[in-house]
Design a protein around this ligand. Structure first.
Ligand SMILES: *Cc1c(COP(=O)(O)O)cnc(C)c1O
Length: 384
């Protein structure tokens, strides 16, 4: 392989090419079928995904942000409510809470796993109970943990706390299709789970898509109403709803891709093992897997104080990396200074300056992963 061959940080086109014949056939089938919104393909995809994930129901929607918003609304979150979540996440997580008219309350994360710290969650709830909420904001109605980078949150702890305080639990599974903890998939722990099917996610459409999973028939019914004008029957709105439908074409494409997802997640894990093995002896902080967890490595995130230098070094070698996310939500211009806080976010703020995502998608060749690791080792040598 050429020394200068580029390594992309994500490559949705490579996934399409890997399944081109089947995807092209699925697209042709839909084009010929003459039905382009929801329909049988979406219903079949929903059933197949629910079975695959171990949920009673899956409901296709237009994107992951909508999936979160509709899940929250179905749980009864609305104006004047508040929802606990984290600040090191896609902006969509926090945006969805505000789209419901509710107030996001961010708690801190654990340094090793980058995910919601149950201790910080408990502190926030104690502070809320002792009257530290701003005027006009009610005691939290729900908690929205994020399975960031493909790694499951400590759900037994989060569920125990949520039950004690009477909170609904909405899991943000946008980066963690297939991740497990103690043999249970993400999206089966809380009352409802929300997935994004954005092209670069572990399961990605060739456009926008989202999915909500739940075992609760009442929540499922509510989500179905919300996704299409409050309709159960055409042209009769039972509740005020909007439009967040999944395209028939995307469902047909996703049905093909779902069949390969377990194998592709396994390839991501194998790439992660190569990184682990080759980088173990360096000063870099490598991803930590919680005991009992099966990680699906949406991102392989390392941490170093010299993040910018390493990123530039790799870029000069044709290796693309990403920083997810460079600025915690509560420090971004749209949110800075106006999100109420019940606890400190020191770990969240410290980690944002050190994290770097290495290429880890399924279609990478092992030789490419090795080359990335070897370039990093070269950089480490120059930095001792
Ligand atoms: C991608 C993502 C979303 C939003 O999904 P869209 O489909 O882009 O709307 C929400 N939460 C997390 C953690 C994500 O990574």
């Amino acid at each position: 392989m050429s020394e200068y061959q580029r390594v992309l940080s994500a490559d949705p086109g490579a996934n399409y090419r890997a399944h081109k014949q089947e995807i092209d056939a699925a697209i042709q089938r839909v084009l010929d079928g003459g039905w382009y919104i929801l329909g049988q393909e979406v219903a079949d995809f929903e059933t197949e995904f629910a079975t695959w994930n171990g949920n009673a129901t899956a409901i296709g929607v237009a994107n992951g942000t909508d999936a979160l918003e509709l899940a929250l609304r179905a749980c009864g979150v609305g104006a004047g409510d508040s929802v606990l979540t984290v600040s090191n996440t896609a902006v969509a997580t926090v945006a969805a809470i505000e789209l419901c008219g509710a107030t996001p309350l961010c708690v801190d994360v654990q340094p090793g796993t980058y995910s919601m710290d149950p201790e910080s969650l408990e502190h926030a709830l104690k502070a809320a109970r002792s009257g530290k909420l701003p005027a006009g904001v009610r005691f939290p109605k729900a908690v929205l943990p994020v399975h960031l980078y493909g790694h499951p949150v400590d759900m037994p702890e989060v569920m125990e706390i949520a039950e004690r305080y009477g909170l609904m639990v909405i899991e943000d599974c946008a980066q963690a299709h297939g991740a497990e903890l103690h043999g249970r998939r993400v999206g089966t722990w809380g009352h409802v789970g929300a997935f994004s099917l954005y092209p670069t996610k572990n399961l990605g459409a060739l456009g926008d898509g989202g999915l909500i999973v739940t075992d609760d028939p009442k929540l499922a019914d509510q989500v179905r109403l919300l996704r299409q004008y409050g309709w159960r029957e055409r042209y009769i709105s039972l509740i005020p709803g909007g439009n967040s439908r999944l395209d028939t074409l995307q469902a047909a494409i996703l049905r093909v891709k779902l069949r390969y997802l377990n194998g592709e997640n396994e390839r991501r894990r194998r790439h992660a093992e190569v990184y682990h093995r080759l980088l173990a002896s360096t000063h870099l902080k490598l991803p930590v897997t919680r005991p009992g967890a099966v990680d699906v490595y949406h991102q392989y995130v390392i941490s170093t104080e010299d993040r910018e230098d390493l990123q530039m070094f790799l870029s000069a070698k044709g290796i693309s990396t990403q920083v997810l996310y460079p600025v915690p939500i509560h420090l971004q211009p749209a949110y800075r200074g106006r999100l109420p806080r019940l606890v400190g976010l020191e770990t969240t703020e410290r980690l944002a300056g050190t994290i770097l995502s290495l290429p880890v998608y399924a279609e990478l060749e092992e030789a490419q992963v090795r080359r990335v690791a070897e370039e990093i080792l070269r950089w480490v040598e120059q930095h001792v």
